[in-house]
Design a protein around this ligand. Structure first.
Ligand SMILES: *[C@@H]1O[C@H](CO)[C@@H](O)[C@H](O)[C@H]1NC(C)=O
Ligand SMILES: *[C@@H]1O[C@H](CO)[C@@H](O)[C@H](O)[C@H]1NC(C)=O
Ligand SMILES: *[C@@H]1O[C@H](CO)[C@@H](O)[C@H](O)[C@H]1NC(C)=O
Ligand SMILES: *[C@@H]1O[C@H](CO)[C@@H](O)[C@H](O)[C@H]1NC(C)=O
Ligand SMILES: *[C@@H]1O[C@H](CO)[C@@H](O)[C@H](O)[C@H]1NC(C)=O
Length: 368
């Protein structure tokens, strides 16, 4: 069934470098909150990257005596560095170097409002600027959700800067996934799955949705952290479902992987910063920014030639593991090696299966 979707999504792309605008109509950065343990407040840094945007990130140096590598953790939507608390706790005490940024649009990092600023090639360069500033020649990157998209683009644009690539929940985001117009992909999804798995992108990308999220914030966080993920098939994914869910102020039970304190901490970042910037991660997909930008990916880097880890979530019904598997396997080059693990969780594998994820990542990293 998925091969039909792949066939529909397969579009041969051209090879012109997308133009990238540097519009910086960003809001002022507000005072930051101190992160609780395991984060050491003195290890947060700020860097103005080469295109003039400020990045806020956690940087724990590697224990030089042990020669441990540096791990770069990239979060998705709707998140901050704080998504990685369990991994930071685990790897920090083992002497691994850690770089954990707030991605563009989130937390203490710049929050430009123009979708062009969120082109994957530009964000990838920002991340490499951070590695340069930290004097890290090669890191091991691990992404989750849209962080997996940037991990994928780092493999496409800067493969030499990484030992290995890890993907959680969302696998390798092959450029062809978003090569077709968004609604064509959703028509394919509806035909083969029975629902538009990414239909909510359309709503998140619409002007005005940022205010809806503020107005219905409890419903919004409930659905992201829902316990019974089967409900997302009807209440979240399809076109129109998320909007109806919010506007009815619907409440659902959330999973115990997010404590009330963690939820409050996460919400506070967004209460301070709003949603107009983060939703650009969807505008680039529903519009043509990602599609055009990906035309600049060097053809010789289209395949993964390094060790890859993919930890899938078997109960995520919008970012479907089966599709991620197909694309990740199809993108492995002859020099690449793929390690896969499957977790019986919804979207938030690194929170919900934290101990297994930490153990499996450690085993993979030690074996590199
Ligand atoms: C895509 O489909 C959605 C849902 O039907 C609709 O709201 C939107 O306007 C469509 N977008 C385009 C570009 O046709
Ligand atoms: C959304 O807002 C932006 C910025 O104000 C504007 O450029 C764009 O045309 C709007 N999009 C739609 C579909 O109205
Ligand atoms: C979450 O779902 C599990 C399994 O479906 C169930 O055992 C548990 O009671 C649920 N928790 C909440 C808070 O609803
Ligand atoms: C509330 O939910 C119902 C059923 O899903 C839907 O038809 C209706 O449009 C929703 N209300 C709003 C204001 O979106
Ligand atoms: C695969 O590895 C070999 C030996 O290290 C190298 O010469 C070759 O360029 C690599 N191929 C690709 C496609 O990276």
């Amino acid at each position: 069934m998925f091969s039909e979707i792949l066939a529909l999504l397969l579009v041969v792309t051209g090879a012109t470098q997308a133009e990238a605008s540097l519009i910086q109509n960003q809001v002022d950065v507000l005072p930051r909150m101190d992160a609780p343990a395991p984060f050491n407040p003195s290890l947060f840094k700020d860097l103005t990257v080469s295109r003039g945007l400020e990045y806020h990130y956690y940087a724990a140096p590697a224990d030089t005596a042990s020669g441990k590598p540096t791990l770069l953790f990239l979060h998705g939507f709707p998140s901050t560095f704080y998504d990685w608390r369990h991994q930071v706790s685990f790897f920090q005490e083992k002497g691994y170097g850690l770089i954990v940024p707030d991605m563009l649009g989130y937390g203490g990092t710049a929050r430009p409002l123009d979708p062009q600023s969120y082109a994957s090639s530009l964000i990838s360069k920002d991340i490499v600027d951070i590695l340069d500033a930290e004097k890290i020649d090669q890191a091991i990157v691990v992404g989750h959700d849209w962080g997996s998209k940037i991990a994928a683009r780092l493999a496409n644009y800067f493969p030499e800067r990484f030992h290995a690539f890890g993907f959680l929940d969302v696998g390798y985001v092959a450029p062809i996934i978003f090569a077709a117009p968004f609604n064509d992909s959703m028509a394919a999804s509806k035909a083969f799955l029975g629902y538009e798995n990414y239909g909510f992108f359309d709503y998140l990308a619409r002007n005005g949705t940022d205010q809806d999220i503020v107005d219905h914030t409890d419903s919004f966080w409930d659905i992201w952290f829902i316990n019974d993920t089967v409900k997302t098939i009807t209440e979240f994914s399809p076109f129109g479902a998320l909007e109806a869910f919010l506007k009815n102020n619907t409440r659902v039970a959330t999973g115990d992987f997010i404590t009330p304190e963690d939820r409050a901490f996460q919400i506070e970042f967004f209460n301070q910063n709003g949603w107009a910037a983060p939703v650009n991660w969807y505008k680039v997909i529903v519009g043509d920014v990602e599609r055009e930008d990906n035309k600049g990916i060097p053809e010789e880097n289209a395949l993964l030639q390094k060790p890859v880890f993919y930890g899938s979530a078997s109960r995520d019904y919008f970012a479907l593991a089966a599709i991620s598997f197909e694309f990740t396997i199809a993108s492995m080059g002859s020099n690449g090696t793929l390690t896969t693990r499957e977790y019986n969780t919804g979207h938030w594998v690194q929170l919900q299966a934290k101990d297994e994820v930490n153990r499996d990542l450690l085993q993979w990293i030690e074996g590199l």
